[in-house]
Ligand binder design. Structure first.
Ligand code: ATP
Length: 448
């Protein structure tokens, strides 16, 4: 089951502190959102899950955290200055601007202007002199700085093909019509891997990565059956791409792209490299007279210089959060006829791993014991554990169901007398009593 509408998710996110409109007290800023106390945990957990699977659990990927501010030459040679555009039309009747493929039904054909190309990059002045010359860009994708650091990474790690460089970070696009909550925003985060392979092995690697990414999304609670693979064709295929498969997910507002997996060929390394004519570059690239680095790798056996092909799985953190919330959102009928909202998040993604709830908020013995249990569980490093000292068990359970906390641990008078605690499971709502001394083992096993 998933949410019935985007409104349900937006409302939960605001009510429980996942996501707020940015600059809200001044009327907001369009296409920009802030992640609140629980949103920041969910987002970090998702990014950690990606990093763990991409970098730590593989033996062929290195990490990178490059700058957001980008030298304009990077985005010139990458092609972004010329081609990172969307067609924009104006509606003379309502006075609004739209992306040409996103015109609402209420605009009539005869009121629309011819599409004009609009560059989506945010340009910003760099340094104290604002003469129109000293500018750079906020990166529109994290990928480019991976390419510009290619030689730094191979020289410092002695990698051979195939290997990858992974990066998570902010990207900025001046979207013509940001909309659908956090689906299409102007400031967002990407989780990108550039995986460098020998030309000729690229098609196999591309297929391989599509499978790996589907399996990963499944582990995050977005099952394979909920994702449709879309092979991008014709003029929709980016100029640098030999093949792109988009993972299409049924968001509350409709089916759209969650992640794209592109075969970027040798276009990027080839475009940013010096001495291009001495390299066997297959893509159509512009002559580079500014780069001081040969972005190629020497084959250990043949000594030949190879410009690797690149397979790029590129996922948006916000779109991931939205899909995961949508999948996890459930309204359940209870035996007493009432309903409960529950976020059935995978435990590793839950913003709060456990809530420790003293039965009475004014009883010092109960509260002290609860605090000790909280501190002990917190020290295990599995994520946030919360002392929920409201004195209202029913209300606390409801709240923690809604935010996806997998377990609630109640400290009551038996805890003081018999050293026991009650653990309530989010999904089954079953309660069981265990000895306090067993709680760390129970907790650690649960979040293994
Ligand atoms: P779309 O066609 O929806 O505009 P795109 O094809 O331009 O997306 P890519 O350039 O492939 O997107 O970017 C890779 C990923 O970054 C996307 O799959 C998406 O998850 C995320 N992303 C791109 N643009 C945005 C945005 N404006 N807001 C949130 N996430 C985005």
């Amino acid at each position: 089951m998933s949410a019935k509408s985007m409104d349900e998710l937006v409302s939960l996110c605001k009510r429980r502190g996942f996501i707020f409109q940015s600059s809200e007290i001044y009327g907001g800023l369009q296409g920009v959102y802030d992640f609140g106390p629980l949103g920041v945990e969910l987002k970090n957990n998702l990014k950690n899950a990606w990093w763990k699977s991409m970098v730590y659990e593989r033996d062929d990927v290195e990490g990178l955290d490059a700058s957001i501010l980008t030298n304009r030459l990077v985005l010139n040679y990458s092609g972004h200055e010329d081609t990172f555009t969307d067609p924009m039309v104006d509606c003379k009747s309502c006075g609004e601007r739209f992306r040409a493929d996103q015109i609402p039904d209420y605009c009539k054909e005869e009121d629309l202007t011819e599409p004009r190309q609009f560059n989506l990059m945010f340009k910003t002045n760099i340094g104290p002199v604002d003469d129109g010359e000293n500018f750079g860009y906020l990166r529109p994708e994290t990928a480019q700085q991976i390419f510009t650091n290619f030689k730094n990474v191979i020289d410092s790690t002695s990698r051979t093909l195939p290997f990858g460089i992974a990066q998570i970070g902010k990207a900025f696009r001046n979207e013509i019509t940001p909309r659908n909550f956090i689906f299409r925003v102007r400031e967002f985060e990407q989780m990108e891997l550039e995986y460098f392979v020998n030309p000729g092995t690229d098609e196999n690697w591309h297929e391989n990565w599509v499978e790996l990414r589907l399996a990963w999304w499944e582990q995050q609670g977005v099952p394979k059956e909920r994702i449709r693979l879309l092979n991008i064709e014709g003029e929709d295929l980016a100029h640098y791409s030999k093949k792109t498969v988009d993972l299409m997910y049924e968001f509350p507002h409709g089916e759209e792209e969650l992640e794209g997996i592109a075969n970027r060929t040798d276009f990027d390394l080839g475009s940013h490299s010096k001495n291009q004519d001495q390299l066997n570059i297959q893509s159509k690239i512009r002559k580079n007279s500014d780069s001081n680095s040969k972005l190629a790798i020497q084959d250990k056996d043949s000594n030949e210089w190879i410009v690797p092909f690149v397979i790029e799985p590129s996922a948006g953190v916000e779109r991931g959060v939205l899909a995961i919330l949508n999948e996890a959102y459930k309204v359940e009928k209870l035996e007493d006829g009432k309903e409960r909202i529950v976020l059935a998040l995978k435990p590793h993604l839950s913003p709060i791993k456990a809530a420790v709830i003293p039965l009475k908020k004014n009883n010092e013995d109960l509260v002290t014991l609860a605090k000790n249990v909280k501190d002990e569980l917190q020290s295990l490093g599995k994520g946030r554990v919360l002392l929920e000292n409201t004195g209202n068990i029913g209300k606390s359970y409801r709240k923690h169901d809604e935010v996806g906390t997998p377990m609630c641990i109640t400290i009551d008078f038996d805890s003081l007398e018999k050293d026991t605690v009650t653990i309530r499971d989010r999904d089954s709502m079953d309660q069981k009593t265990i000895q306090i001394q067993d709680i760390t083992t129970y907790f650690s096993n649960f979040f293994k």
